[in-house]
Every structure is written in structure tokens, then in C-alpha cells.
Design a protein around this ligand. Structure first.
Ligand code: ZN
Length: 201
């Protein structure tokens, strides 16, 4: 016999699929949603629907966008010769906060992770190569996370790009190892960007 009524169990299961939400938290959130006013719970449901309906991925850089291209790609004041490669759209937010970067971005939509079965072919690598070719990129900054997957991805890309006519740099170490860019403070990440070094591949 199920512990909870089926709709409750389904809600708990769905919440439990969210990143960082364990079974206990899923249960707590589910019961919270059941207790609040219907209008408040539905606001969350509507926000999810709206976001999924209106937000897509930029066809140039794969950042989140409210149209075919994102605001950053549409802004022609930004330096198109500088291309900052990040794992996720949220990393763009982290780099933008530093106010140290005025180039463009390319979102890989993940990082290489043998454990999770993610290889380069699951990432936006082909699209990156096409952009380097098409957009007269002079420097590619590998701004992946300072953890195992991020470093593996940076190493893979530096090897892949080494024969191209483009300078490839990696953000400086000094960021908390094992962490994500989004947890680094602006100053530290800004320094890491400024202190980026050319990689030999
Ligand atoms: Zn874009």
C-alpha cells in the first residue's frame, strides 16, 4: 500500500527529480505546496509554464533567450573577437557580474563527464568550432568550472583548438577548487579572468 495518495506521491517524485532536492526536501516542499493557498501554488505552476513557453536557447551561443538570439549576442557593442566558453547559462551571469568581460559567450550546455556518460558529442562543441570559423574569433577563453569535469572539458577543447588560428586561454587558478563558477565571488572570478593564460594543448 502506498504511503501517500497518488497525486501527493507524484508531486513528491517530481520535486525529487530537481537538482539538489533530496527525498526529505521533496516531501517538505510537497506538503508546503498542499498547505498554501491554491492561488500561491498555482503561481509557481504558471511561472514554470511561462518560462518553458517563452524561453528558448539562443541559436548562436545557447544562452537562454526570449527570441532567436539572446540579448548578449544581439548587442553589437560587444567584442566579437573574444569568445568566453562556459558550461551553463548561469555561468554567464557569474562572468557578467565581474564586469571584466565585454566579449561574447558560448554555452556548452554541460561538461565532459565519463561517469555520467557525457562526451564532447553531447555538448555544443561542433557549434563552437563553426563559430570560431565564421566569426573571426581571435581568442577563446576556456571558462569552465574549476572541478574535475570542467578541467577535463578545458583540456579537451584546448587540444581540439590548438591547430586552429586562434589563441586559447584558460582562466587562472585561484578559484576554489572543486567548486562552481557561480559560487565564486565577483572579485575572485574577475581576477581569474584577468589572469588567464594561454594554453598549449
Ligand atoms: Zn546568444
Amino acid at each position: 500500500m502506498a504511503v501517500y495518495a497518488q497525486p501527493v506521491q507524484e508531486l513528491i517524485d517530481e520535486l525529487g527529480r530537481l537538482p539538489g532536492v533530496g527525498p526529505k526536501s521533496a516531501q517538505r516542499i510537497a506538503f508546503h505546496l498542499l498547505q498554501v493557498e491554491k492561488v500561491d501554488a498555482l503561481r509557481l505552476a504558471r511561472a514554470i509554464t511561462e518560462a518553458k513557453d517563452r524561453v528558448t536557447f539562443c541559436e548562436q551561443c545557447f544562452n537562454i533567450a526570449e527570441g532567436p538570439v539572446c540579448e548578449l549576442c544581439a548587442d553589437d557593442r560587444r567584442d566579437a573577437t573574444l569568445l568566453c566558453v562556459v558550461e551553463e547559462p548561469r555561468d554567464i551571469v557569474a562572468v557578467e557580474k565581474t564586469q571584466e568581460f565585454n566579449g561574447r559567450y558560448h554555452v556548452l550546455q554541460g561538461a565532459i563527464s565519463p561517469i555520467e556518460g557525457i562526451g564532447p558529442e553531447q555538448l555544443r562543441v561542433r557549434e563552437l568550432l563553426a563559430r570560431i570559423d565564421d566569426e573571426n574569433v581571435a581568442e577563446v577563453i576556456l571558462c569552465t568550472n574549476p572541478n574535475l569535469e570542467g578541467e577535463a572539458t578545458a583540456m579537451y577543447l584546448s587540444r581540439l583548438l590548438k591547430d586552429l588560428q586562434v589563441k586559447v586561454t584558460r582562466i587562472a587558478s585561484g578559484l576554489p577548487v572543486g567548486g562552481d563558477l557561480e559560487y565564486a565571488d565577483e572579485l575572485t572570478l574577475g581576477r581569474a579572468l584577468e589572469g588567464r593564460r594561454e594554453v598549449g594543448g
